[in-house]
Design a protein around this ligand. Sequence first.
Ligand SMILES: *[C@@H]1O[C@H](CO)[C@@H](O)[C@H](O)[C@H]1NC(C)=O
Ligand SMILES: *[C@@H]1O[C@H](CO)[C@@H](O)[C@H](O)[C@H]1NC(C)=O
Ligand SMILES: *[C@@H]1O[C@H](CO)[C@@H](O)[C@H](O)[C@H]1NC(C)=O
Ligand SMILES: *[C@@H]1O[C@H](CO)[C@@H](O)[C@H](O)[C@H]1NC(C)=O
Ligand SMILES: *[C@@H]1O[C@H](CO)[C@@H](O)[C@H](O)[C@H]1NC(C)=O
Ligand SMILES: *[C@@H]1O[C@H](CO)[C@@H](O)[C@H](O)[C@H]1NC(C)=O
Ligand SMILES: [Cu+2]
Length: 812
Amino acid sequence: MDGNMPRWYSVDSINTAKRRPAFGLWWLAVKCTWAIALTGFLANIVLNMSGYQVRLTATQERQKCTTCGLYDPAVAIDAPNPNVWAPITSDDNTAIWAWLHDPIRGLNLTEPTVAKINDNMVYSIDTLPPNKTDVIFFLDGSGPKPDSWARVMIYEGGKAEPVAQEYMVGPLPVSDDTTIEPLDYIYNGGMGGSVPYNARAIDVSRMVVLDHILVPVMQDIVDITSTIFQGAAYYGFADTRSTVVPNFGTPVSFDGSEAHVNAVFHFPGSALFLIPIDFYVLIDWTGTDYTQWKLKGFVTKERFFPTVDELRKAYNLGELKQEFDQHKNYDWALVKYQSELGQRPLESRVAPQSLEIGGKRYKLDPKQNYVEYMGWSFYATYTKSLGLMFYDIRFNGERILYELSMQEAASQYGGFQPKAASTLFHDTAFSIGADVFPLVEGFDCPFGSTFWNMSFYDRNQTITHPNSLCLFEHDSGHPLSRHRAETFAAENENEWGFDNLGVVKSSALSVRFIATVGNYDYIFTYEFSQDGAIEISVRASGYLQASYYYKDQGRFGPRIQKATQGPIHDHIITFKADFDILDSNNSFEKTELKAVQQEQPWFPELGSFEQLQLEKTVLAKEEQLNWQSNGQTMYCVVHKNETNQWGEKRGYRIVPGKSNIHLSTLTSPWSRHNSAFLKSHLAVTRQHDTEQFANSINNANLPFKPQHDFLKFFNDESVDGEDLVVWFNLGMHHFTRSEDVPVTLFTEAVSSISLAPQNFFDRAQDGDLRNRRWYVPNKESGTLQTEDYGVELPNCAINLREPEIAKILAKE
Ligand SMILES: *[C@@H]1O[C@H](CO)[C@@H](O)[C@H](O)[C@H]1NC(C)=O
Ligand SMILES: *[C@@H]1O[C@H](CO)[C@@H](O)[C@H](O)[C@H]1NC(C)=O
Ligand SMILES: *[C@@H]1O[C@H](CO)[C@@H](O)[C@H](O)[C@H]1NC(C)=O
Ligand SMILES: *[C@@H]1O[C@H](CO)[C@@H](O)[C@H](O)[C@H]1NC(C)=O
Ligand SMILES: *[C@@H]1O[C@H](CO)[C@@H](O)[C@H](O)[C@H]1NC(C)=O
Ligand SMILES: *[C@@H]1O[C@H](CO)[C@@H](O)[C@H](O)[C@H]1NC(C)=O
Ligand SMILES: [Cu+2]
């Protein structure tokens, strides 16, 4: 029978159909075992068992045994356009490196491996996305392919007034036409692409030079630290006599005119974040002359000691004795099986899996990072600072989003001590996009997922992170839709007691990566559903940036180990959704569900009574918005005048999911003016090529005088019938708990949001899916008819393969 035709059969044949796969699976299981030993021996086997005849050839046999289709590669396609957002190539990077270092450029660069802080050196090379204005013309066929450009950060420590200066270099590939100019247009803080050197993003070399002051200070008091803190001694970052490791947060400056650092010490090793000691050193490291750097003081036992003398005096008086010893071993803090915790019944069986047993149902152009799936199409790319980004997201060829990208992953901590109290991380400053590593097949992503590499550049070297991005289609865990219909018509009454039953399978394509930024593992998942919705979720696992435990500081978080407190903190992850519902003539509709007093003439006895009613307003100007309490306002991006078949404006709704929050602190000095994008649930702005990013990687150290100020986006421009960008925040108020030990659990540390069609289509996007069942009683025969629409249930064995991580890592 033609697979496209509905297939009808009776209850009897359903039962048969049910038994057959069961038998088939048993048979194949046996065959697969044999196949290993007897390959080639199995031609034309004819088996007759329980009245069923099974005839398979050896080839069919092996296919079914080994793959079930789940390891088959996705169908290859050619993207309709080149990926104009693609990362700059490895060759481009090497050429840019050589070009910049050519003395002709006059940049006076020193190799980073030997550069001192008062030299000029290239700090990073990343991709500068093309302007949307240019790309739209190209996609519409009315403009040329936009040029490719790089953004280059140069630390100019050798200048009289040292700065970190960002440049744009292009067009690429490098040629005689290639130019270098300050990258100013994406920043609105008044200093363009240049920030004071004190505020430059922290890199390892800056931490190493900190030793110029930290080591003498710590050597001076080694008798104190080793006595008070279980042998703690610090002789330098790379000195094997060191028994503790310094750790510090950002910001390290307020406005670039000074630089400071608040270091805390931890016992070393992979779980160091959970085993801090109660010892802090505050340092002023303003400028590039480290002989001028100064000790600001020490903190321990909730007391501040501005000088070594004062610390020593308290020590001699016996006032520094610690109540709790910190763990020095950390076996208990590792993410491995802890046999002393016992075993749960049946847990040694393999866990359920989501597997693409029918073969992959998405198509890929891996060269262009282009994807098609169930009506969806989009391009993917990534940058070192922001990670994965999506462009030109369409459904059935109609554009919904021009861009969907993460803009910042921030966290801010609390505590009565100098480290937690002063920490606001902007993780893009730590190249969150490049903190990606091979995913574990079967655990991070399902067995049989498609894995892509991501590559970044360190100087003129290409660092490839193999298998650091995965794509997979998975079961949604619930049907997409279903209904069991009562008869509701006398003539249709039947002995089955219902009229019909329909149920539709739900699945989605997820694109996922994990960024391990020091202590934390963030898992980002973008899920494209068959109904036209996109869900974006972020989960966090990994170690807390824990604090030392103080008995009287319960207000900053619970005790989670003998000498460790889980400090309260917020995680806020900002996203950009540049909607183009069909084109760029869009509006932002707020639909409020109001309880109103109404009279209706047919209920005279009620007089005025309370009723539900929609109150629709169109956002006139750029604005930062919060979710209304009780979810009573719906936010939609709609086309200004295109309507669906029913005359309703076509649009997409922004549907809050789990933990849609904003930063709790609104005036904290550490996040004063550089974090406005963290401080509302949502924001709507007019798209500008000059407002491409919510943040800048140098902003973290400029809370009082930002390089880029998101608040300045809101300058009363109309957003009605314009090209709109919606910025939204995911996040977690991390109410730390004992269960954050050893690491935070993805199940609870999760935030999500959906973008879902709202009158975009004329009806639900489930009618054309054949992975469904339809049951109808047949009145004449009295049987229940089943329709399966010809989608065959696979009759194959599943041989899962152990992930070959060692092999993947060896290549790295
Ligand atoms: C080049 O930089 C070095 C420091 O790395 C500095 O001493 C020198 O004066 C600079 N040369 C010029 C021409 O600026
Ligand atoms: C983007 O547009 C701005 C003007 O708004 C221009 O200065 C800049 O060079 C353009 N960037 C690229 C990569 O073409
Ligand atoms: C990278 O740069 C170093 C020093 O500048 C040079 O020795 C090396 O050959 C370069 N490597 C490549 C791949 O260009
Ligand atoms: C991914 O990276 C690995 C290791 O560097 C390499 O062997 C493989 O060819 C890469 N895959 C693609 C598609 O580039
Ligand atoms: C957007 O649509 C409105 C309503 O039809 C129309 O008046 C306006 O010209 C359109 N704007 C653009 C930029 O196409
Ligand atoms: C929407 O407005 C644009 C610009 O005025 C016009 O070209 C288009 O035909 C309009 N569409 C509808 C359905 O009215
Ligand atoms: Cu957290």
